[in-house]
Write a new protein. Structure first.
Lengths: 239, 239
DNA sequence: TGTAAATTAGACACTATTGTCTAAAACGTC
DNA sequence: GACGTTTTAGACAATAGTGTCTAATTTACA
């Protein structure tokens, strides 16, 4: 059901334990997907292996064949989602506008891509919930994600902002701080939506991005560019 | 153990079911506190009544006397924490600087109070986790909190910013948006800390507030005031 | 088609948890 | 000190979940 790149699935499936997967790994994939859904919905202790088995259209025993016990499965799910999420993040960061034509428009579009494909999608929601729920129980597990996810996004985005700053398109002292604030501003209008678990509409994503970029540029654009960096006036207004 | 105002405890304790509480309600309070801790740590399904009973220094039967079943206790805990959290929020908003002497300093101090007493404290962490974990299972339960918590804080803060704007201390178009962005900026440097469940140090709170206010004022302060609204240069630098 | 691997359904022991029940003990108040 | 209430410990049935085992069935591939 859920989109999943073949490359990622196979790299995950080719792992330590369990059956030797002669050619096909569809069972593994559907177990991982089903388990991700159930763990996300119920939390670790609330999720039952039987429920996962039913949702994966697989017998309970097959799950135990592939993953020795519940916790092994949980760890595999986390690693799978983290890997996918970080890959998406990385590919998204590569679309950052380095030669912006219209700074406001280009940054807004980037922000929309980022929220839509990384922060507000299925995996993003899963990780927010799971880190919140089980982060303290498995600190080592999420450490890798933290390093290659949230921490990396700030520093990478900081470096990209630095480029724009050196070109004179922005006036920034602390690049990493500016990156964190950019992300925070983009999320400002989405926080409320996060709290339900609901997905924001495309319209909400666009207005959130536009609002964020407008404020970001008022704070960080050189004065002479302020006039040209305003958003199209009313189309993107909130609500 | 945890601080708790007497007024709130009693208003909560005087409720529908259970023993008639002749004079003392210490059992109810310690059950609620212990349950809050355990639910926060383990989630609803992970928490066991026995664990709560032990942590509350109370027999299991006593819990069933006061709260008919696990879910009743859970709902009571949520309502208790929500009520306390919203009260703290409301009292904190009343300390917003309406006649600011030094705008940067006063807004920073306000932000520190807000994060320290509402967002990063015990109840704030509890609600973030629980809404994330059980929000979809009990949408009606958290609706009240959402209305009187996050939604109210934005609109109230928006109104307070409007006052400052009308006095000429700020230049704001959309007050609610500015309020959401103010809060988002304050949280920008704390997001990472939230993800562990760890509490930020006082130093981190101060630097987060100062960074946020500096950017907020660059975006929203009238031009002629920009010079005077800079933070003390190096003391508050991040890390 | 034959073989080895993977999958399945079902039974199973074991543990943990919920919620009830009872009789004894502790408590507060008069 | 006597009374009624609350609390307690422990036993208890009922349920649900984990993880194992087995024997039968299906699948992949030569």
């Amino acid at each position: 059901m859920k989109s999943r790149t073949i490359a990622t699935s196979q790299s995950i499936a080719r792992k330590d334990t369990g059956p030797k997967l002669r050619g096909q790994c569809s069972k593994r994939v559907s177990i991982l997907d089903a388990a991700a859904n159930v763990f996300c919905r119920e939390g670790f202790s609330g999720a039952s292996i039987d429920e996962i088995a039913i949702e994966a259209c697989v017998s309970r025993q097959t799950i135990y064949n592939h993953y020795r016990e519940k916790e092994t499965l949980f760890v595999a799910v986390i690693e799978d989602v983290m890997e996918r999420a970080n890959a998406a993040l990385f590919s998204m960061l590569s679309t950052f506008p380095d030669k912006p034509d219209n700074l406001h428009q280009d940054l807004s579009d980037f922000a929309v891509r980022l929220t839509k494909n990384c922060l507000c999608n299925h995996d993003g929601k899963f990780l927010r919930r799971l880190v919140q729920m089980e982060g303290e129980r498995y600190p080592h597990l999420f450490e890798g994600w933290r390093q290659h996810g949230p921490c990396k996004i700030s520093s990478t985005l900081g470096a990209l902002l630095a480029k724009l700053s050196h070109k004179g398109a922005l006036r920034i002292d602390d690049f990493d701080l500016a990156a964190r604030q950019f992300l925070a501003l983009v999320n400002a209008d989405l926080q409320m939506t996060y709290l339900f678990g609901g997905k924001p509409s495309d319209e909400e994503l666009h207005s959130a991005a536009s609002n964020a970029v407008a404020t970001f540029l008022r704070a960080y654009a050189p004065l002479e560019q302020q006039a040209s960096s305003q958003p199209a006036p009313l189309l993107m207004a909130v609500r």
